[in-house]
Ligand binder design. Structure first.
Ligand code: ASP
Length: 313
């Protein structure tokens, strides 16, 4: 029996087209995907909602929370069997991870997008939407957290990241790989996530900054954090979790002001841990009270710290 799938559009290249005169990729007044949905109805009963029509660099945590509300409202009206969200690829992983933390549905929630806009040769939008609907229509996709489907691969929101600026195989899960694949006739899962974190929030009233460390980095930017009203900081440290010694005093200053600091590695494989005991080394940072976040990129650790702070009321 066909499943009832809610498709929520938010914009992105999947909903854009190349302008005939300028050659620039632009937003469409009428989402081109709406005209293509007939091709996908054979796989599921589709209900479409347009939440936004935004390039994904325009997404914000506030809009991500609005998306959570849209899902809650739609599910209250009709208990769908699965949800597919179309999204620009630039920040897709951040919205996916936000939904992973801020929702706890057991039905499949699948994000998809496209690297080529609707009127480009080899456009991947309709194909990826179809694959996402097929994945969301399987029972196996349920209970695995929020998923991301592009280029015939199924990734978890926690592990996936955009790795290439233009390739259609841009979405990868470094270190872990996809948890399933989509073929012409079937959807296969070969892994499942072990655990899930749920951080329900009502509003976004905190600010978290993200810094990538670099050789010779000065502490001045960190020193501005309290003045600028930030409530938390994520640092992408070197290797196993080390920072330049020039940051230590600034980090101590923030911790003294009860501003939490989360450390991840700027390496996209491996985890940050307290190994090195030199000035600015991970061991020293841990003893100072810096928290190590395992297996998350800087941008996802930022979403997690933000939601943790917003959930603390
Ligand atoms: N810049 C676009 C966006 O994220 C890229 C895409 O959708 O592929 O909106």
């Amino acid at each position: 029996m066909k499943k009832n799938i809610l498709v929520i559009h938010t914009g992105g290249t999947i909903s854009m087209q190349v302008h005939a005169e300028t050659g620039g990729v632009v937003l469409s007044d009428a989402n081109p995907l709406l005209m293509e949905i007939d091709k996908i109805q054979q796989f599921a009963h589709i209900t479409e909602v347009e939440a936004f029509n935004l390039p994904s660099p325009h997404m914000t945590p506030q809009k991500m929370l609005q998306l959570v509300s849209t899902i809650t409202e739609q599910m209250a009206n009709q208990p769908f069997d699965g949800i597919v969200i179309t999204h620009g690829t630039d920040t897709l992983e951040e919205t996916a991870y936000f939904l992973e933390l801020a929702t706890n549905y057991t039905i499949p929630i699948v994000l998809t997008g496209a690297m080529r806009s609707s009127n480009e040769v080899g456009s991947d939008g309709v194909y990826n939407l179809m694959a996402a609907v097929r994945v969301a229509s399987t029972d196996e996709a349920g209970g695995k957290g929020v998923l991301v489907v592009l280029n015939d691969e199924i990734h978890t929101a926690t592990s996936v990241t955009k790795t290439h600026s233009s390739s259609v195989s841009t979405f990868q899960s470094p270190q872990y790989g996809p948890i399933g694949i989509v073929t012409k006739s079937a959807v296969y899962f070969h892994h499942a996530p072990l655990s899930r974190t749920y951080l329900p929030i009502q509003s976004i009233d905190k600010k978290v900054a993200l810094f990538k460390t670099y050789a010779g980095m000065e502490g001045e930017l960190l020193d501005m954090i309290p003045t600028l009203g930030y409530d938390g900081v994520v640092l992408e440290g070197f290797g196993q979790g080390n920072v330049p010694p020039t940051l230590v005093a600034s980090i101590q200053n923030l911790l003294d002001k009860k501003i939490p600091i989360v450390l991840v590695s700027r390496c996209f494989n491996g985890v940050a841990e307290a190994s090195y005991a030199y000035e600015g080394g991970g061991k020293m940072l841990q003893e100072m009270g810096v928290r190590f976040e395992h297996g998350l990129s800087g941008q996802k650790a930022r979403i997690k710290l933000l939601l943790e702070l917003c959930a603390q009321k």
